[in-house]
Design a protein. Structure first.
Length: 94
């Protein structure tokens, strides 16, 4: 079974140097693949999750936001993540 280039980028681990104070829609649309299955932002300084920041990640199954100093999550931030099976939010300020 062959794999095209759109299927190759399934896991993304964000390094601390790439994190921002608030995740933005631009980050996901510009840097990440829409075929992303796993996203690991653990141990970063994110603080705020804004509505729309995960927009377009319809195949995302696992999201790790452990130890990100998150203190605010907007009400519809996870809207549209219909494939999500696992969400880690432990060790935050929420």
């Amino acid at each position: 079974m062959g794999m095209d280039s759109a299927q190759c980028f399934h896991v993304y681990k964000c390094r601390k140097s790439e994190s921002t104070a608030a995740l933005s829609l631009w980050l996901w649309q510009s840097i990440l693949s829409r075929d992303l299955v796993q996203l690991d932002f653990s141990n970063n300084s994110i603080k705020t999750l804004k509505n729309g920041c995960f927009s377009g990640l319809k195949r995302l199954e696992y999201l790790n936001l452990q130890e990100c100093k998150i203190s605010q999550i907007e009400s519809d931030v996870f809207f549209g993540l219909s494939s999500l099976k696992g969400l880690i939010l432990t060790d935050n300020k929420i």
